[in-house]
Design a protein around this ligand. Sequence first.
Ligand code: ADP
Ligand code: MG
Length: 739
Amino acid sequence: MLRLDQDIKYLQGVGPVRADLLGKELDIKTVGDLLAYYPYKYIDRTHFYRIADINGTMPYVQLIGQILSFEEFGEGRKRYLKAHFSDGTGVVDLVWFQGAKYIVEQYKLHTPYIVFGKPQPFKGRYSVSHPEMEEAPTAVSQPLAAGEGGGTLFQEALPQVELAPETRAAIHTVSATGGGGAAAVFPFRPHYHTTDRMKKRGLASAQVAKLTAKLLEMLDQTLPETLSQWLVDKHHFLSRDEALRNIHYPQSADLLRRAQARLKFEELFYVQLNIVRYVKDRSRKFRGILFPRVGQVFNDFYFNHLPFPLTNAQKRVVREIRADMGSGRQMNRLLQGDVGSGKTLVALMCALIAIDNGYQACIMAPTEILAEQHVETLRKFLGDMPVTVQLLTGSVKGKRRKEVLDGLITGQTNITVGTHALIEDNVQFAHLGLVVIDEQHRFGVAQRAKLWQKNLTPPHVLVMTATPIPRTLAMTLYGDLDVSVIDELPPGRKPIQTIHQYDSHRRTLYAGMRRQLELGRQIYIVYPLIKESEKMDLKNLEDGYKQICEAFPDCSVSKVHGQMKPAEKDVEMQRFASGETQILVATTVIEVGVNVPNASVMVIENAERFGLSQLHQLRGRVGRGADQSFCILVTKPGISNDTRRRIQIMVDSTDGFEIAEQDLKLRGPGDLEGTQQSGIGFDLKIANLARDGIILQMARDDAQYVVDNDPAEAAPVNAILWQRLRELRKTNINWGSIS
Ligand code: ADP
Ligand code: MG
């Protein structure tokens, strides 16, 4: 009997070499890992097509026929082999560019074969390069009768070869097991993602499919259930055994659909159960710090120092936060608000409430530049009020650092602004009451939990983001937080005009920039960050910098990139912010938060290389003053349709939420800016947050129901659930570390 925890190398057909490859490339180490490695698509192998009916729109065809003759063409490295293949209705050419000798030896003439591949027109005939080939079982070698059938895989119904049922059965057996002759009949062939290294070593999708077929054949026991029976019944799910077997080798389109539904639900359900249970646990373990009053500091600021009236959205959000902090529960709130909606001011006012109640506040920013800018902004807002604001980043060193740390532990410092340096263990506060986390998508549940060890009673936590997070994503990434939204921009802002421009039209671009410079405005030019090659990055940026200096000889140009020392960066940023330089050439270091109201043009080079959310963030750097602002998305001329669509979304919309939804749909959640290391839920194997919103909601509701109705986690009907959750928490580090 095959066990799921057995080393994959013991599965027949694997062995030590392939086991090593599977482990290194796909992290498949046990039999169970392979079972949980699902296909990404399926190809319907029930239908056979007549060669006479092939047309150029078919993605794949499956044919049955015989090789009439082989022919070799070309010379040296350009040599290739052709086989003329006929089914009696026409001839296609099977083509190999490698391994001619092996092919000629391997395949016999005038012997029935099943051929599968992509047909392409070539010199008046169709050819199929490097087809998948299998010898057809003898039952198929009868002359074939042509007839009409209903195509399912292909868009349009195509006439197909009709086979006798027993012939069909025989073929499916061959298809599924590669000639092994297993008893099962499978109409769909699974396709698995493999890596280049695997393909080079003969472990492509087809071979993985043989391994999963073998695996299912060997697993003669029924696979244990991992959901409570009441949940399976409630949703009419397949059992886990049926679902796993059908996800690899579906017996019908309907069973495939049901297998997917069950496995998606299960995946999302456990993520949600983990979150919901954690939230309950947290509120039971920790009482929050009570901020009963709004006092003198807040009121002094509100009545005497507020530079402009709050927007209604800002007022509402401050009220929501105040209610949270005055409730005695610990606040865990996500504040979403588009770029420029005025979140900093909200953060400050919340900090003032903490101060009024005798507590300190800290604000965590993702970069040093931003932290420094926050300090400056806050000090300007506060004016001569007796509130101390200090900076703590990695570059605050030596004596100065000691002073800052002293200020925290003695309680002298009211508000500390910093980077990740703030959560280091040696940073101790006298009485930290509020933590604001600004623009940090990577700051997941586990990291937030770390903040609490700074106090006996955990501080209130406010997470602020301008990256509009679609609901489904928020439920997973920030599923433990309450949500507030600033859905209104301060008055007087003109919508930014967004323009797509090809980089071949540089002259037009520069003319436009010049007009803005003549009006006294400033300009950002941003280059993408190439993660794989920091050198290339820099070269792009340096070339661009040179080009700009030549095109605008009368202007001062600043340059900022990730490889500069923080202090150098800072000097350049300051020069731009103060208006000393008119143009800032930079990589994405300026993405979040930087505020220069006089800058009215954002030029984004190689815009095709940015995600939509990132483009939106960058665009938000302009349009902060009262002037008409522009965002120019520069791409090369020959962009794909997909890229064109993404650029068009930016041109058409300035609504961050809409853009985020579109981004999620186009790219899938795994690719969304900054979500990869977010902490939970992104190693989803089968569920898709962009498409499976309804299943996610079901999973959330059921998880909530379970936690509410079985608080002791002891109900026999849920024993399976709690057991499974414990197992998952053991194998998923991120899950395990959040409580
Ligand atoms: P974000 O939400 O992107 O962090 P900021 O807090 O940086 O936005 O605010 C953007 C700009 O809007 C700042 O210059 C800020 O002073 C200004 N601002 C904030 N609130 C208001 C308001 N109620 N009325 C006018 N301007 C405001
Ligand atoms: Mg901000």
